[in-house]
Every structure is written in C-alpha cells, then in structure tokens.
Ligand binder design. Structure first.
Ligand code: C5P
Length: 275
C-alpha cells in the first residue's frame, strides 16, 4: 500500500565557513563551505493530488508566495507529479539559512518517499544550496554547490540570531572586494569539538564584510553574540543576515537565548544543536 501523504523536516542550514574562491564565466561564484544543520526549521507535507497547490502556515508565513515563485512549487514541478504541499514556515526568509532551499529539498525527499522513486533531475537547477540540503547533515560544499561531501563532525551547541532584515544574496556577492580568496584549510584530524572550534577560528565567511556593509544590523547581532558567556565563535551564515554563536556542550544556551530575545524582541532568536 502506498501512503497518501509524506512529511519531511526542512532544517535551517548554517554555513560555519564560506570561502569564495573564484568566479565562473557565467557569474556564479566558486565556494568552499562547511555546512551543518539545525534542529529548528520548517515542516513540509506533500500529498497526492490532481493539480498543484501550496498552503503556507506557521509564524513566518506572512509574505511567502504560494505559487511558482516558491521554490517548493518548482521542486514539485521538477519531480514531475502534481501534489498538494503544506509548508509550515518557522524560518525567516532571505536570511542566509537556506529556508527556501531546505524547503525545496524537503519537498523532493517527501516526494521520493511518497512516489517510491528517486528524484531524476538536478537539485542544483533549483538553487546552489539545494544539493547540500538534500543531505541535511554536516557536509563540505564546493564548486557552485553541486559537490557535497558528508563529514563526520560532533554535534555543536549554537544560538542563532536574525535581526529581521532581509538581505538579497546577489547584492552581497556583487559587493565582494575579492573573489579569489584561499579555500578552507584542511580539516583537523581530531573531530573533538575543541579541535573543530580551533580550526573554525582560522576560517572565514568571505560574504560577512560585504553583508555588514549593506546591513549594519549584522554587526549589532555579532556584537551581541560575541558578548555572550562562554562563546567559542560568532560568525554570519550564508549571505546573512542570520548569525550564529557556538558554545561548549554544557552551556545553558536555552536560557541565554531567552534573555537575548527579551532584550531584542524584534529579533528572531533560537537555541539549537547543529549536526
Ligand atoms: O542559487 P541561488 O538561487 O541560491 O543563488 C542566489 C544568487 O546568489 C545567484 O543568483 C547569484 O547571484 C548568487 N550566487 C553566486 N554563486 C553561487 C551561489 C549563488 O553568485 N555559487
């Protein structure tokens, strides 16, 4: 018996590093990025239907398109079956945490379950972050996003903050001062959290300086995260504006996130574990 509906979690994608190492003739940038996934995210349900539909619910539903402008819709079209999609939206949009890409990947994975066959198309055609979001687990992402190598990393405790200012990814790439930066250094032999923190401190997000130039709120968020007790690293994810702070596993990040949310009610704040 085949099921009538399939539900898949679409986690927030966090770029712990993001090195821009070149630019192709078509304008796309060559990247070298370490990506992990949070336990906060959206939820996608797909059901067999006679025609395509998309319903968006949840705290971040406002302003999310419910037609072919939404990557979920385009993912289902690429899969080649009409489905009724429900997207329960918890992640802020245009936030550097792959919301749209993670939703599209979740639609593809849900449709693979529902129809009992793999997606035959190219996830990259939906967006540079969709291939890594299909893996939804710690990975290195290279080239323009299509080379994804899963990595064995310890779970990392984190606080995520978005100042609720949308950042346009193309504008951030355009504002880059250099496009020929060094790739990531080799990963440490030890995958203990301490070794990973030490290595991360020597890596970068090359999109952070241009994003801070376009969106000063990012600097404010990084300042607030950097002043939290026990912070091991504070950095921006993707093209922003969401930033993360990493902590040792015994740090009371839930309480810290509650305090931060109380101090900055307009911000989106989440305590999470990255895997
Ligand atoms: O692929 P995606 O739709 O996520 O990319 C959004 C924009 O980010 C692209 O239109 C491009 O301007 C920029 N980008 C890039 N190089 C990449 C990925 C994205 O220049 N590897």
């Amino acid at each position: 018996m085949t099921s009538a509906a399939s539900e898949v979690f679409a986690p927030a994608k966090i770029n712990l590093t993001l090195h821009v190492t070149g630019r192709r003739a078509d304008g796309y940038h060559l990247l070298d990025s370490l990506v992990m996934f949070a336990d906060v995210g959206d939820r996608v349900t797909v059901a067999r239907a006679d025609h395509m539909s998309l319903t968006v619910t949840g705290p971040m539903a406002a302003g999310v398109p419910t037609d072919a402008r939404n990557l979920c819709w385009r993912a289902a079209e690429a899969f080649g079956q009409p489905v009724a999609i429900t997207l329960d939206k918890h992640l802020p949009a245009a936030a550097g945490i792959g919301g749209g890409s993670s939703d599209a990947a979740a639609v593809l994975r849900a449709m693979e379950q529902l129809f009992g066959r793999p997606f035959g198309g190219d996830p990259l055609s939906l967006g540079a972050d969709v291939p890594v979001c299909m893996v939804a687990h710690a990975a290195r992402m290279q080239s323009i996003g299509e080379i994804v190598t899963p990595l064995d990393l310890p779970p990392l405790r984190a606080v995520l903050v978005n100042p609720r200012v949308e950042v346009a990814t193309p504008a951030v790439f355009k504002a880059l001062a250099r496009r020929d930066n060094a790739p990531m250094m080799p990963l440490p032999d030890s995958r203990q959290a301490d070794a990973v923190f030490g290595w991360l401190a020597d890596q970068r997000n090359d999109l952070q300086p241009p994003a801070e130039g376009l969106c000063p709120e990012i600097s404010q968020v990084l300042g607030a995260l950097s002043s939290l007790d026990g912070v091991r690293l504070a950095r921006m994810s993707g093209s922003g504006a969401t930033c993360f702070a990493l902590f040792d596993s015994d740090t009371p990040t839930e309480a810290m996130a509650r305090d931060l949310q109380a101090a900055f009610p307009q911000w989106w704040v989440a305590a999470t574990i990255l895997t």
